[in-house]
Ligand binder design. Sequence first.
Ligand code: NDP
Length: 245
Amino acid sequence: MAQPTTEQHASQPRTVLVTGGNRGIGRSIAEAFVAAGDRVAVTSRNGDAPDGAFAVAADVTDSGSVDAAFKAVEEKFGPVEVVVANAGITRDTLLLRMSEEDFTDVVDTNLTGAFRVVKRASKGMLKLKRGRVILISSVVGLYGSPGQINYAASKSGLVGIARSLTRELGSRNITANVVAPGFIATDMTAALPEAQQQAYLGSIPAGRFGQPEEVARVVRWLSGEDAGYISGAVIPVDGGLGMGH
Ligand code: NDP
């Protein structure tokens, strides 16, 4: 019988839940876990999922919907061992034009949404006595960006969640880390004006935009045994754009 390659698990497959996994970065993350042989569930509002993943419709702004999604996944696959809080939105505009709703909607999805998902996931992880929490932030969270006060606030807040969670549950064999992508080619960045895309390109030391798969590989590595002693870290995947921020 063929031995597992380093890309596959030598141990049992795990139950993995990726929020916002129907497209973009989340979809690539889900595909990477499927390829590694894990049991993968994907949530989004429209309920699509890549091949090989279990699709569950869920809105991260609604804790009842998040709870129902976890129940469906637990029934099908058992407790969630790896959770990737990836669902996110932007509503960019300069501060003086930003409505309170622009601010609170983005925070409700990106930050409070992650809180709802992580809180629900932690119940099963505590019972399992192990777990991996990965929060998809952004270079913008610590670097800042004009026109993104709402988004930057939501993304830097994820660092506080990961570090507090590490202090709260680190002794229970649960790690919590942040992945901070730079400019990755997805629907979210395609929606930016061409001039803004070119301005970003000029400031990225790597001289190119990133691909969703480049984020996915880091997320999967962080969820694996080799990263078992990493917690509360912020891992950039940004071609040098944030450079240590
Ligand atoms: P996309 O816009 O392509 O995808 C966003 C995902 O989030 C979709 O799956 C969407 O599904 C889901 N989503 C949005 N709102 C909700 C909600 N209320 N409930 C459930 N799911 C929701 O974005 P990207 O793939 O580019 O981004 C993924 C993550 O990476 C985001 O958190 C983003 O902030 C972050 N990021 C992206 C960067 C980039 O350059 N692309 C850079 C840095 C960070 P649906 O709409 O069907 O519900």
